[in-house]
Design a protein around this ligand. Structure first.
Ligand SMILES: *Cc1c(COP(=O)(O)O)cnc(C)c1O
Length: 410
């Protein structure tokens, strides 16, 4: 497929002024929001030119989040796979247990630069809601989090955490009462409140400039990984793998590597139960280009062009779209994308718990499942790094429930 990139131009030189990654991205929003998005772009450009901004964010990422996160040799998993060496980039050790805090702190700082003291966010599984509530508590910002009523029920520990941090959780009763409906409500709020309110989007999705800003805030993951690898091995890894929901942990991991053409980059989507419509959440594997939530990217659509239903055992991957830069990387061939089923992710969750003493998030377990299979095909001197995007304690109860049902059905 065509792209706007001239031959030889680095893949890192995107997006353009209009927020385009090749044909993808852009800004498809009502006029009301255009001025706020321009203001955000301006605030971000100013922040990039202000050394005090980088210093403040770095200090927070150190003392509040606990960065840099370690790079761990997964010794027993490597032995089990019997091939290349598997390393974990430990985003699960970040404050609040996943990579999402890197983005919410950065965007909270931008909101304050714009003089906005009210924050809204949407959340599905609740992790982005928790990371947003945490950043708001840290800075004393007002916070409202939209969440589908069904998700409020399923993710009650995260709801409790958000409320303890002083956030207001607003259950959304419309539609399927899940993430999609929460995003629509958050958009509606923002259109009415945009003068005083910043909307913290939780992944590399949405209208320009969000995909670029979120990617940049998450790129600390890839930069640290490059540093660690240079110090430990004197070279870059052979293969880097990350799970892809909206795509923020993967974009943050991959972006610093994209101009290093000899490093293989692989994104893993949620293969769900099967490749049938409504049975998975893998737009880069099975979708087509379309507009969703303000930008053009691969989307899962039914034959009428409506956004299709999605399914994944992991709530954080259960989204019908994906960030536009991933669509660009897919079509340029720079990043390979494939998917892993619910069953394989669940099995790998157990394996990693027993082999390494780490409960990985179910989202991450998708990337780990592919990594274990791939390591077996690699040579012992080759290095594979997995982005361990988050911890899995949040998933233990759901896994027990699924197993209970399975055992009862047997
Ligand atoms: C939210 C989440 C994801 C999926 O979101 P991305 O934007 O694709 O990174 C993956 N892993 C964990 C642990 C998450 O919390």
């Amino acid at each position: 497929m065509s792209s706007a990139t001239a031959p030889g131009q680095p893949l890192s030189q995107v997006p353009d002024q209009l927020g385009r990654f090749g044909q993808f991205g852009g800004r498809y929003v009502p006029e009301t929001l255009s001025a706020a998005l321009d203001q955000l772009q301006q605030a971000y450009d100013d922040a990039l030119a202000d050394p005090a901004f980088a210093r403040e964010l770095d200090d927070l990422l150190g003392a509040f989040v606990g960065r840099p996160t370690p790079l761990l040799f997964a010794r027993r998993l490597t032995e089990l796979a019997g091939g290349g060496q598997i390393y974990f980039k430990r985003e699960d050790l970040s404050h609040t247990g996943a990579h999402k805090i890197n983005n919410t702190l950065g965007q909270a700082l931008l909101a304050m630069r714009m003089g906005k003291r009210r924050i809204i966010a949407e959340t599905g599984a609740g992790q982005h809601g928790v990371a947003t509530a945490t950043a708001c508590a840290r800075f004393g910002l007002e916070c409202a989090v939209y969440m589908g009523a069904e998700d409020v029920r399923r993710q009650s520990p995260n709801v409790r955490t958000m409320r303890l941090m002083g956030a207001e959780v607003r259950p959304v009763e419309s539609g399927s009462r899940t993430l999609r409906d929460a995003i629509n409500e958050a958009m509606r709020d923002w259109m009415a409140s945009v003068e005083t309110t910043h909307y913290i989007i939780g992944s590399v999705v949405g209208p320009h400039p969000f995909p670029r800003i979120v990617r940049d805030f998450q790129s600390v993951i890839g930069r640290e990984t490059i540093d660690h690898c240079q110090r430990l091995f004197g070279r870059l890894p052979d293969t880097v793998v990350a799970c892809v929901g909206g795509g923020s942990n993967a974009a943050g991991m991959f972006y610093p590597f994209v101009d290093h053409a000899d490093v293989r980059l692989v994104g893993i989507e949620a293969g769900g139960r099967s490749s049938g419509e409504g049975e998975h959440a893998a737009p880069l594997s099975y979708g087509t280009p379309g507009i969703l939530h303000g930008s053009l990217s691969y989307v899962l659509q039914d034959t009428d062009g409506q956004t299709a239903d999605v399914h994944s055992v992991s709530a954080g991957l259960d989204y019908p779209g994906v960030g536009p830069e991933h669509s660009y990387w897919r079509d340029t061939g720079r990043v390979e994308y494939t998917n892993v089923t619910d069953a394989a992710a669940l099995e790998t969750f157990d394996t990693v718990a027993r082999q390494e003493g780490i409960l990985p998030a179910l989202e991450t377990s998708h990337a780990l499942a592919w990594a274990v299979e791939e390591a077996a095909r690699m040579q012992p001197d080759q290095i594979l790094v997995v982005c361990l995007s988050g911890r899995g304690e949040k998933d233990a109860a759901e896994i027990a429930r699924l197993r209970g049902q399975t055992e009862a059905a047997d």
